[in-house]
Design a protein around this ligand. Sequence first.
Ligand code: ATP
Length: 236
Amino acid sequence: MSAELEVKDVDLFYGRVQALRGLSIEVNEGEVVSLLGNNGAGKTSTLTMLSGLARAKSGTITWRGKDISSAKPWDLVRDGLIHVPEGRRIFSTMSVHENLLLGGYQVKDPKVVADRVEECYELMPRLLERRTQQGGTLSGGEQQMVAIARAYVGGPKLLLLDEPSMGLAPLVVKQVMELIGRINERGATVLLVEQNARAALKVAHRAYVIEHGHVTLSGLASDLAKDKAVIEAYLG
Ligand code: ATP
């Protein structure tokens, strides 16, 4: 069986800066896969490339059997490849509810959108309590939950999450990771970029370590969590 997502030997440049160097990763349907690595390793670039916001110079990107290396970001979102960027970027002057509804702007059937919003409230009762509150006045953890819920309303087949734990207290990180696990159980494949390797390896099935734009280590998350080099570099 071929993987849901296959990235093969990709090079990506910003002007003369090379961010990805022969990067290859695979994500199977139903998995949570984490990308670990230090600042500047190329994790965010991988996600922006997958969602069509940055273009690879060479290599191939195949999603659900289709070449997506020159696909338009809005077509990918419509088809269920949905990116939650670093820094959440929720609409600060709109309510929680309005933010969630916007996640479904490309979904044709309003009933499907309404049902998914209700599911989000079931999964995150905190958001239901705050449904009329302006996005900008929420705590960091609540904003992250809105960002993930908004993506859920779009109907993600493949959900790309960039540093969802950034700036959050440990208890809130735990809640966000549990939410990611529950969204995965509901059918979304997840590619998770994290600096918080400990939290990422708990929720992920497999992980890749990226250094200087390419993969230096990969394996089952449970094995990597016991790997001496990973412990020294990322879990110390
Ligand atoms: P972090 O954890 O700090 O976000 P990262 O692993 O996500 O790091 P990237 O943001 O993908 O790393 O950056 C990879 C490399 O590409 C870095 O050297 C970075 O400086 C460079 N880079 C990223 N975005 C741009 C850009 N828009 N213009 C020029 N260089 C960039």
